[in-house]
Write a protein of this length. Structure first.
Length: 68
């Protein structure tokens, strides 16, 4: 298996950009949001995580199906 390190590093960088957007745009509201998330049951957090992974895989699949 040959790893494309450029693509991997680019994907990690892009993930960090997307992770940082809410903190930049909604800096005043993020502490309350984090407290709200911390109070949720693990089952709910797992569901949200699973939904995010499925959505991410669908986006990746869609992007790979585009022919440029």
């Amino acid at each position: 298996m040959n790893i494309d390190w450029t693509l991997l590093i680019t994907a990690v960088g892009l993930a960090l950009v997307f992770e940082g957007i809410p903190y930049f745009l909604f800096a005043e509201k993020m502490p309350l949001m984090l407290v709200t998330l911390a109070e949720q049951k693990p089952k709910f957090l797992r569901f949200i995580g699973l939904a995010a992974m499925i959505l991410g895989l669908l986006i990746i699949s869609f992007a790979r199906s585009l022919d440029f």
